[in-house]
Ligand binder design. Sequence first.
Ligand code: 7PJ
Length: 274
Amino acid sequence: MILRCGRYELDLRKPEVMGIVNVTPDSFSDGGQFADAAAAIAHARRMRDEGAAIVDVGGESTRPGADVVPEDAELARVLPVIEALARDGAIVSVDTMKPGVMRAAIAAGASMVNDVRALQASGALEAVAASDIAVCLMHMQGEPHSMQAEPRYGDVVTEVATFLHGRARACEAAGIARDRIAVDPGFGFGKTVAHNLRLLRELRAIAGFGYPVVAGLSRKSTLGALTGRAPGERLPASLAAALAAVVNGAAIVRVHDVRATVDALNVWSAIHAV
Ligand code: 7PJ
């Protein structure tokens, strides 16, 4: 399986790593936006050296309860980082739900849009369709500020799979070729621990549609609930979760800890090499 990302083709016969690059103001530095961008670029370059196939640049936190960031502020954060990394020759993904940010990021050299709203915002589908880059369609129940209040499903696997399949079909109808589309169950986005575990256990139901599956469990609160560890102490749990996702069909894992995850996946890939 390959994923076409603009001028790049990502070979997914072996699982790959997407490194998380947050460009959010550093409350411990007074260096301002330039320092934030420089730190994010350095962090992303390190992740590339460590083996990340994709770097996912985000300027708006979608964590439960996070504040909304205005479009101009989000652009000012992410564009310098996207430009620098694209110039390096990296496959840069932009983590955004705003069509205006998508268009500007594509013009700045991004090769993928990662949208937790699965291109449901007005104009989002068109923004990606007008380009040749890839898209990651993620499932979320509810809105970031309230989604963890009381997530409810009849059958979580069926509902998430049906939603993702429907969004992928909508993308194809809008002119986004099948080999530009990846899907993601959105672990933690309007899901209880039990929902997340069932989605992870039955990830094949989603992988079965034939689109590459992206899985993001790195340091998430479900892993905190299972281990009792703080976010900075969740690396072993994150590695176990990433490996479980790959065993169950994930093609890309979205992680903070690239070096350790690449090691784990290299062992898995060696075991499965033909
Ligand atoms: C995800 C994401 C995820 C995709 C975030 C965090 C929360 N994008 N953006 N999948 N999570 N595609 O990283 O803890 O799971 S933000």
